[in-house]
Design a binder for this molecule. Structure first.
Ligand SMILES: [Zn+2]
Length: 291
């Protein structure tokens, strides 16, 4: 499949019959465009599909994951996918599936993921801060497991653009930093840190449901919001959170306050976003393409 470099428009249409019957050539068109055809590691990409026929369900398939697209006007569907910060640079296929009556129409395109330069942070910590006993390791693993389970569930899309910054004074730092602690490489920093005074209000970047509100070893008092369509936002090291799991929150609603709970050296907001499975640089959601 070819993508025009500038607009990344695609007009290729494939017909697949659900019941395995003969495919018929039809005149309908499913066109797909993306906000960036060569995104960098950690970039969100807005995928837009236009169908000139009635569609019952539109979905985006990417990296073995299928997420529902949001209806955004007549025959228009959008989805947000994220290029994981650890994605291998090179070509990655992407498909849009539009289901209508007994037919699934599919548009395939290909993105070219570009490597991004991430900072390296070398830290020397006292042994007791860098190494954990068996019980702590078990806790860390269990907490990671709970979150992975949350991220594996895709609810109906509820987010809309533009996204709101989680704090008024939003100066993000440290996305993707490769941490080397006492000479050992650790997981990259899959979020941004915003250094702010303790107690600074933190708000939801979009409407959604509280998928997690609790205490974690690393994240401290943490809130994870599920915005549907595979989009999640994470707020860690809070002094307190004001929402309970299962509760619905509106865009801009206050969910907690900046703190230094968990493993934090001082008050700051650790703010992360997952989009269709990818850990993205959340500051890029406030750019031109997502207004
Ligand atoms: Zn952080």
């Amino acid at each position: 499949m070819k993508i025009a470099p500038a607009a990344a428009m695609l007009f290729h249409v494939l017909f697949v019959s659900i019941d395995g019957g003969a495919c018929l050539a039809r005149a309908e068109t499913l066109s797909v465009s993306v906000s960036a055809s060569s995104p960098s590691q950690g970039d969100p990409v807005l995928v837009e599909a236009r169908a000139d026929f009635p569609v019952d369900k539109a979905e985006l398939a990417w990296k073995g994951r299928t997420v529902p697209m949001t209806a955004a006007g007549k025959g228009r569907y959008i989805a947000l996918m994220g290029v994981d910060l650890g994605e291998t640079p090179g070509k990655v296929p992407l498909s849009v599936l539009a289901t209508t009556e007994s037919i699934v129409m599919r548009s395939d395109l290909e993105l070219t993921v570009v490597a991004r330069e991430f900072p390296v942070q070398k830290l020397t910590l006292p042994k007791r801060m860098a190494e954990f006993d068996a019980a702590t390791l078990e806790r860390i693993r269990a907490e990671a497991g709970i979150l992975e389970k949350i991220f594996s569930i895709t609810s109906p899309p509820e987010w809309d653009m533009p996204f709101l910054r989680p704090v008024d004074d939003f100066r993000p730092t440290g996305f993707g930093a490769r941490r080397v602690i006492n000479g050992e490489p650790r997981s990259p920093h899959a979020a941004v840190d915003v250094h702010l005074p303790e107690g600074t209000p933190v708000s939801a970047i979009a409407s959604g449901t509280v998928a997690f509100a609790g205490d974690q070893f690393f994240g401290g008092r943490s809130v994870v919001l599920d915005h549907g369509g595979g989009l999640f936002s994470l707020y860690y090291h809070l002094r307190e959170f004001l929402v309970a799991e299962g509760r619905h929150v509106a865009k801009g609603e206050r969910i907690g306050a900046v703190g230094s709970s968990g493993r934090a050296t001082g008050p700051h907001l650790h703010f992360g976003v997952r989009a269709a499975g990818g850990r993205i640089d959340p500051s890029r959601l406030f750019g031109e393409a997502f207004r």
